[in-house]
Design a binder for this molecule. Structure first.
Ligand SMILES: [Fe+2]
Ligand SMILES: [Fe+2]
Length: 163
């Protein structure tokens, strides 16, 4: 038996993961428009990963007999003032996601939902990685954005992170 409040909150997180996927697609298209193909590829990969996060949560709900709801997605930007603004947007998005995952974990503890707690261990660890690379990218972008040559070098190196 899964508590109705847990079902509601997982559905909200599914919605957020898809919204993040959509936002990453927009960020990827923005970097593509700047011919920063390495960072663009990386962002397209994030788009796919966020969809996989939503899928993990959907499977969890389905396995436990919870009802999945799929709502409308917010608009996603495909242009930004500059690469730094795009990187800061991504960093802020991952910070928000981390808070939401932690809130969901606290709820799972409060409701004695052990199955959800175990699933969320994976998400909590994933967010450690997401915060690390997004902070690093924003930091490097801040240093290099005024120097197009260095930006292309960053792009080249960042593209190597794509699996
Ligand atoms: Fe995610
Ligand atoms: Fe993420």
């Amino acid at each position: 038996m899964i508590a109705p409040i847990i079902v509601d909150e997982i559905n909200k997180q599914i919605q957020r993961e898809y919204a993040n996927a959509y936002a990453y697609k927009g960020v990827a298209l923005y970097f593509e428009s700047l011919n920063l193909h390495g960072i663009s590829r990386f962002m397209f990969q994030q788009d796919k990963e966020e969809q996989e996060h939503a899928d993990k949560l959907i499977k969890h709900l389905v396995d436990r007999g919870g009802n999945v709801t799929l709502g409308a997605l917010p608009l996603a930007a495909t242009s930004y003032d500059d690469p730094l603004q795009a990187a800061l947007t991504v960093k802020g998005m991952e910070e928000d996601t981390t808070s939401h995952i932690h809130e969901l974990y606290a709820l799972a503890q409060q409701q004695n939902d052990y199955a959800l707690q175990v699933l969320l261990h994976w998400f909590i660890e994933e967010q450690v990685e997401e915060l690390a690379w997004s902070a690093e990218l924003a930091e490097l972008m801040g240093q290099f954005s005024a120097h197009p040559g260095q930006l292309h070098m960053l792009d080249h190196h960042w593209g190597k992170r794509v699996k």
